[in-house]
Design a protein around this ligand. Structure first.
Ligand SMILES: Nc1ncnc2c1ncn2[C@@H]1O[C@H](COP(=O)(O)OP(=O)(O)OP(=O)(O)O)[C@@H](O)[C@H]1O
Length: 383
């Protein structure tokens, strides 16, 4: 079968139009440069930032029509925010509202004292992975970060706090119900050496959908305290997307040692990332840093990188607000496919460059938590 060309892709895209947009997305100049590598197609669609959410169906429609083309092996389409002429930098963030709340630090040793919250016995540090908005790859990052920490010799668990849209069961390919071991205590599920708990193991999504605030809170506390986590160096909490009241309460109730913010490089996502940072500052949770996900395209065959999404936005943002920058994860079909197949790249391609990126990010997170060298797994001795 002949190779897919840019012209073929643009011809298909010129039939895609938004719900109330006049003309098609190609003639309106909304389609970025199109990259094709190994018959996988990558591009972005530029939309006004305030309409990004409502135009998600447009992204899906464009992705579908390209995927349906003969010879196309995959397509990855993202929405990017419309930069106004002159490409002005994003507005400066507001300083924290009161003195003594700044957690920016360079050394990793200047975390403010934590307000007293009961910890979880046996669990060393609980860290939150959060994003200001959905779809930036927070769950994929949380899972690969947890596996990266583990690959660095740590004992790790992951708690999926997204009650309404749990993704950990799928990302770790775990199904079934957890076993009850005593009274109210249940055993965490496990795959790839990672202990995991998610609402997805306990109730179906329709049931969770009708739950209200207090029920969600108590479900979360149960998953934290009534699960036999055992001895863990780190428990990674995959937070629900957004920065509303539910997230705020959660950040307040869980005894967090720190938070990691996942953002894409676009202005749009950075505005939301800033909200996430402000939220953790408000509840005095130290910010371990920002990860830029979908930072640049990495062509699978040539390994060539393409900075088409304004790569580096999160690094600049981290510098501006004095939060550590933890690293850049490229946008690759490989990450998406492995993640969606429940075989995260850190365990399914441990020798690959992407797995190395996650392990390095994990090492930085661990250093920010206190700078200790990764613990070697102790040998098990039978007396
Ligand atoms: N670096 C990446 N390269 C390619 N695809 C990615 C990358 N990171 C995430 N994805 C893909 O993007 C999609 C959204 O990712 P994910 O579910 O992790 O996002 P999320 O921010 O947790 O979303 P939500 O908050 O809506 O649950 C998934 O299909 C995932 O495989």
């Amino acid at each position: 079968m002949s190779d897919v060309t840019k012209e073929d892709v643009l011809a298909v895209l010129s039939k895609v139009r938004g719900p109330d947009l006049e003309g098609d997305i190609v003639s309106r100049g909304m389609v970025s440069d199109v990259f094709i590598s190994d018959n996988k197609v990558y591009f972005s669609i530029t939309v006004p930032s305030e309409r990004a959410q409502e135009l998600e169906p447009l992204r899906i429609a464009a992705e579908r029509s390209v995927k349906a083309m003969p010879g196309v092996k995959g397509a990855l389409v993202t929405l990017t925010a419309d930069r106004k002429a002159g490409s002005s930098p994003p507005p400066r963030p507001q300083p924290p509202s009161s003195a003594g709340q700044s957690h920016g630090h360079a050394s990793g040793h200047s975390h403010p004292p934590q307000r007293e919250k009961a910890g979880v016995p046996g669990v060393g540090a609980i860290i939150a992975v959060a994003s200001g908005k959905g779809g930036v790859g927070k769950s994929t990052t949380a899972v690969n970060l947890a596996l990266g920490l583990q690959a660095n010799g740590l004992r790790v668990g992951i708690l999926d706090a997204d009650i309404y849209g749990p993704s950990v069961p799928r990302l770790l390919k775990i199904s079934g119900r957890p076993q009850q071991i005593e009274n109210r205590i249940i055993k965490p599920m496990e795959n790839y050496g990672l202990k995991a708990m998610s609402m997805g193991f306990l109730v179906d999504e329709e049931t969770a959908m009708i739950w209200r605030g207090p029920m969600v809170q108590s479900a979360l506390m149960q998953m934290l305290r009534e699960v036999a986590w055992g001895e863990l160096d780190v428990l990674v909490v995959d937070m629900p997307p957004g920065t509303g009241d539910a997230q705020l309460t959660m950040a307040q109730q869980v005894p967090l040692a720190g938070a990691v913010i996942v953002s894409t490089p676009q202005d749009l996502a950075l505005i939301d990332a800033r909200k996430g940072i402000a939220m953790f500052r408000k509840v005095e949770v130290p910010l371990l840093g920002i990860i830029e996900n979908m930072s640049y395209f990495l062509a699978p065959d040539t390994g060539k990188r393409y900075d088409i999404f304004g790569h580096g936005g999160a690094r600049g943002e981290a510098e501006r607000i004095g939060v550590p920058f933890l690293g850049e994860v490229p946008l690759t079909i490989d990450i998406r496919e492995r993640s969606d197949a429940g075989t995260p790249v850190v365990v399914s391609d441990p020798q690959g460059a992407t797995a190395e990126i996650y392990r390095q990010i994990a090492a930085k997170v661990w250093a920010e938590l206190g700078g200790r060298a990764p613990r070697q797994t102790p040998a098990i001795v039978f007396e």
